[in-house]
Design a protein around this ligand. Structure first.
Ligand SMILES: *Cc1c(COP(=O)(O)O)cnc(C)c1O
Length: 447
C-alpha cells in the first residue's frame, strides 16, 4: 500500500494524499455516513482490476478476458445474497444515487407517483426531493416525521391511499430510530406499490442482526457499501423473495436497467473490494463491531444529554443521532460544524424536524459512531468526546445568524476568523489529537 511511485512522480498529489491521511488520523470522525475501510478493501480497490472492461454479467460479457473478473463478481454476488438473505443481487451500481435511479427506471415511468421520506425530515435526495431529478421526473409525494422526530406512519398511510404511489421508499440518511418496516409493508401492499428499503446507512447493522432485516417486508433492497458496511464506494441492488412473487421478472428488469440501461463497464476493482468487505462482514469480529457501534452511539447520546443537549426523538436506536441546537438560535448548526471542525471533530450540519431555518443554514448537527468505533474507541471515549464537544459549543454559544443574506456571509467570515484565533479552541484541539493518538489509524501505513 505504499505510494512511493506517486511520491516520486507527482509531488502535488502526494501532498494532498499525505494531508488526507494525516487529517483522518488526527481528527475524530463523527459523520455517520463515513467509515474506515480495511487495508484489505483498499488493496482490492487499488488493484489491477481497475484496468479491465467487463460490460455484461458473469458468464455473459461483451469483452474477452473476463475469467478472473467473473470470479470476483460471483464472489461478491454470492456473499451479498448470503449476508442479506435474498435470491438476487446486482453489485454493479456505481454508487447509491445511480442505484436508486436504476430502481426507479426498472419499475416506474416518468410522471408516476413515488413516495419517500422528505429530505429535511431525514430522507435522501434521491427519494424525490425537488432539486434531485427524482423529484422532477416523477411526481413526488413526500411523507414526514412528527414534531418528536418519528416517521408519521398515519400520514404516510393517508398519503398512500390518496395518491396511489407506484413505489414507496423506506430508509433514510438522518433517522436515529428503527425503521417501521412492517407498517410500511402493509401500506405498500394496501395500494399495490413496490416497497424499496434503502438501508444505505444501517446495512452493517442489518447484516450483524442489530437491526431488523427488510428482506421479508420489501420487494427491493438497496444499500451503499461504504457506510456501516465498511466497504468500497459502491452500491448493490437486491430483489427479495417477496419482490419475485410480485413480479417474477423483477430481477431481470433491475439487471437490464443497471446495464445496459444506465451504466457501461462495471467498476471491477470496486466489485473485488466489495467481495472482501462482504467476507469481513460475515465474521464474528464484524458482529462485535456492529454491536459496539450501537453501544457507542447510545453512550454518546447519553453523555450529550447530560451536558444539556437536546436530541431529536430523545436518543437513538442505531449508529447516529441528531442534535437539536435550536435553543442556541436558528441555523446554529452552521457555527457548531465550523467550530467543531476547527478543533478536529468532523460532523455535518443537518436540519431537524420542523427546522425554523433552512437546509443550508440548519439548526442541528448529525453525528454517529461508525468511524470512531472502527478505530477501537468505546464508551469511555464517547464521554470524552461529549465533554470536548460541549466545551466547544459553550465557547461559541453567543454566535447568532443574521437574517440578511449578505450580512450572513460577512458574519460567518468573521466567525471563522474569531474561532481561528481562540486559545480555548486551540486547547480543545490538542485534546482531540491526544485522544486520536491513543487509537492509531492504519498503523504501519506509510504515505
Ligand atoms: C448515502 C445514501 C445514498 C446515496 O449514496 P451515494 O453513494 O452517496 O450516491 C442513498 N440513500 C441513502 C439513504 C443514503 O444514506
Amino acid at each position: 500500500m505504499a505510494v512511493d511511485e506517486i511520491k516520486e512522480f507527482d509531488a502535488e498529489l502526494y501532498d494532498a494524499m499525505t494531508g488526507e491521511l494525516s487529517r483522518q488520523r488526527k481528527s475524530i470522525e463523527l459523520i455517520p455516513s463515513e467509515n474506515f475501510a480495511s487495508l484489505r478493501v483498499l488493496e482490492a480497490s487499488g488493484s489491477v482490476f481497475t484496468n479491465k472492461y467487463s460490460e455484461g454479467y458473469p458468464g455473459k460479457r461483451y469483452y474477452g478476458g473476463n475469467e478472473f473478473v467473473d470470479r470476483a463478481e460471483r464472489l461478491a454476488i454470492d456473499r451479498a445474497k448470503a449476508l442479506f438473505g435474498v435470491p438476487h443481487a446486482n453489485v454493479q451500481p456505481y454508487s447509491g444515487s445511480p442505484a436508486n435511479f436504476a430502481i426507479y427506471f426498472s419499475v416506474c415511468k416518468p410522471g408516476d407517483v413515488i413516495m419517500g421520506q422528505n429530505l429535511t425530515d431525514g430522507g435522501h435526495l434521491t427519494h424525490g426531493w425537488k432539486t434531485s431529478e427524482s423529484g422532477q421526473i416523477f411526481k413526488s409525494v413526500p411523507y414526514h416525521v412528527s414534531a418528536e422526530g418519528y416517521i408519521d406512519i398515519d400520514e404516510a398511510r393517508r398519503l398512500a391511499q390518496e395518491n396511489r404511489p407506484k413505489l414507496i421508499w423506506i430508509g433514510a440518511s438522518a433517522y436515529p430510530r428503527a425503521l417501521p418496516l412492517r407498517e410500511f409493508s402493509e401500506i405498500a401492499d394496501s395500494v399495490g406499490a413496490y416497497l424499496v428499503a434503502d438501508i444505505s446507512h444501517i446495512a452493517g447493522l442489518v447484516v450483524a442482526g442489530m437491526h431488523e432485516s427488510p428482506a421479508k417486508y420489501a420487494h427491493i433492497i438497496m444499500t451503499t457499501t461504504q457506510k456501516t458496511m465498511r466497504g468500497p464506494r459502491g452500491a448493490i441492488i437486491m430483489v427479495t423473495d417477496k419482490g419475485l412473487e410480485k413480479d417474477p421478472e423483477l430481477a431481470d428488469k433491475i439487471d437490464k436497467t443497471v446495464f445496459p440501461g444506465m451504466q457501461g463497464g462495471p467498476h471491477d476493482h470496486t466489485t473485488a473490494a466489495m467481495a472482501v468487505a462482504f467476507k469481513e462482514a460475515m465474521s464474528q469480529e464484524f458482529k462485535d463491531y456492529a454491536k459496539q457501534m450501537i453501544l457507542n452511539s447510545k453512550a454518546l447520546a447519553e453523555a450529550l444529554k447530560k451536558h444539556g443537549f437536546r436530541l431529536v426523538t430523545g436518543g437513538t436506536d442505531n449508529h447516529m443521532m441528531l442534535v437539536d441546537l435550536t435553543n442556541y438560535g436558528k441555523g446554529f448548526g452552521v457555527f457548531a460544524q465550523e467550530a467543531l471542525d476547527q478543533i478536529g471533530i468532523t460532523v455535518n450540519k443537518n436540519t431537524i424536524p420542523k427546522d425554523p431555518s433552512s437546509p443550508f443554514y440548519p439548526s442541528g448537527i448529525r453525528i454517529g459512531s461508525p468511524a470512531v468505533t472502527t478505530r477501537g474507541m468505546k464508551e469511555p471515549e464517547m464521554e470524552e468526546i461529549a465533554d470536548i464537544m460541549s466545551a466547544c459549543i459553550e465557547e461559541i454559544k453567543d454566535s447568532s445568524l443574521p437574517s440578511g443574506k449578505d450580512e450572513r456571509q460577512a458574519y460567518i467570515r468573521d466567525f471563522k476568523k474569531r474561532i481561528g484565533e481562540s486559545a480555548r479552541l486551540r486547547e480543545l484541539g490538542e485534546k482531540v489529537i491526544a485522544l486520536c493518538d491513543r487509537f492509531p489509524l492504519y498503523p504501519g501505513l506509510e504515505y
